[in-house]
Design a protein around this ligand. Structure first.
Ligand SMILES: [Zn+2]
Length: 392
């Protein structure tokens, strides 16, 4: 059984998600006695979380006053990828006020990358976006100890193991911070403002440089004992397959991921099986998963086959997860989501064929609605939840 959430948290979240609400409506929505609500509102106005917002339209009798989140609340959201950094500063309702995107290399190490994050936030401050931050949420592309606020043995992030990310951000900006895995923040974002808005049990599959899965069970992210739940990229799908970056053989992401597709594309271009890729390689000198997507949409048979093969392997893993967790939706996101409908069709066909009919009777497999903004949206949700929890 879940412990009832404290009143201030429910109240602040409701204002975050609904905007301006009257005192009378709040009492109805939260189903609490009016005197208790009014006392709590007074306290939160005094503490600077809530502001008065004028009079509500009359419902008959005395008019109720409106309240909203303090318009000066500011949250910073950071999404670190293997090759990019996204930073957004939002208001209390999580509407972005400033956004920055840059290419970067996570292997530069935590000092370089977090220094750049701090510079971007300092720029936002200098531009008048905020005076002070109320909380920061950050996602990193590897396993995280959510409790300690540190990455743990992240395979693609040399130098980041146990680096005190949360502590550094808290010290630099004088506000609480929360660190999570990049796939979890995307799942949280998609549930807050995307396609999984009204869904309590779903899987969010990120296909990018690697493959990971965010798991929502009963309305909560499931992170596992050590923070690496959902690391499905390292499930073995072919015992005779290629070596993976993790040291094992035949992992899903060694066969299908951004990195694996780029490698297969190179082989196809040089081996003469794909004229479209050969042409692109000659023009650019290098190939990425995006080239495979574009050539496939032009009808290149080899590229279509590469995407189908990948979709079949991923679908096989997802069919197992569907039997295990019985989710009510699967959301596909990440940089390779632009492989689009060929990929989606293959995943659907395998999942529907291999899972039990009861589990797939009503199981949408859909693309992320928020796309590249899923991560920062989720990081902002986590930041706001943290700030609100501390409003005691
Ligand atoms: Zn692996």
């Amino acid at each position: 059984m879940r412990i009832a959430e404290p009143l201030h948290l429910r109240l602040l979240r409701l204002l975050r998600d609904q905007g301006t609400v009257s005192r009378a409506e709040l009492a109805d929505r939260l189903e609490i006695p009016r005197p208790r609500l009014l006392a709590e509102l007074d306290r939160l106005v005094g503490a600077g979380y809530i502001a008065e917002a004028g009079m509500a339209a009359s419902r008959g009798g005395r008019r109720s006053t409106l309240v909203e989140l303090n318009p000066n609340l500011r949250f910073a959201a950071v999404d670190l990828g293997a090759s990019s950094v996204d930073v957004e500063v939002s208001n209390g309702r999580l509407e972005p006020i400033a956004a920055y995107t840059e290419s970067t290399d996570i292997r530069s190490g935590p000092k370089v990358i977090l220094h750049r994050v701090n510079e971007l936030l300092a720029k936002a401050k200098a531009d008048g976006v905020y005076e002070r931050l109320d909380a920061i949420g950050i996602g990193v592309p590897g396993p995280v100890s959510f409790r300690d606020g540190v990455p743990v043995s992240p395979p693609i992030m040399p130098g980041w193991d146990r680096f005190p990310v949360r502590e550094l951000l808290t010290r630099e900006h004088g506000c609480p911070a929360v660190v999570d895995n990049d796939v979890n923040i995307m799942a949280i974002g998609e549930r807050h403002g995307g396609v999984a808005h009204s869904v309590d049990d779903f899987l969010f599959v990120k296909i990018g440089t690697g493959i990971g899965c965010g798991i929502y069970l009963s309305g909560e992210v499931y992170r596992g004992t050590d923070g690496c739940a959902g690391d499905i990229g390292h499930i073995q799908v072919d015992s005779h397959g290629p070596m993976c970056s993790c040291g094992n053989v035949g992992c899903l992401e060694a066969l299908f991921s951004g990195a694996a597709l780029a490698k297969d594309a190179g082989l196809a271009a040089r081996g003469g099986t794909s004229p479209a890729l050969a042409e692109r390689l000659a023009a650019k000198g290098t190939l990425t998963a995006r080239d495979v997507a574009e050539a496939a949409s032009e009808g290149d048979v080899t590229c279509i086959r590469l995407i189908r093969d990948g979709g079949r392997r991923l679908g096989g893993v997802l069919a197992g997860l569907v039997s295990f967790a019985n989710p009510s939706m699967i959301v596909i996101g990440g940089g390779l989501a632009h492989l689009g409908h060929i990929l989606l069709a293959e995943i659907r066909s395998v999942v529907y064929r291999r899972s039990l009919p009861l589990a797939t009777g009503n199981l949408p497999v859909v693309l992320s609605e928020l796309g590249p903004r899923a991560g920062v949206t989720g990081a902002a949700v986590l930041a706001s939840d943290l700030a609100f929890e501390q409003a005691t």
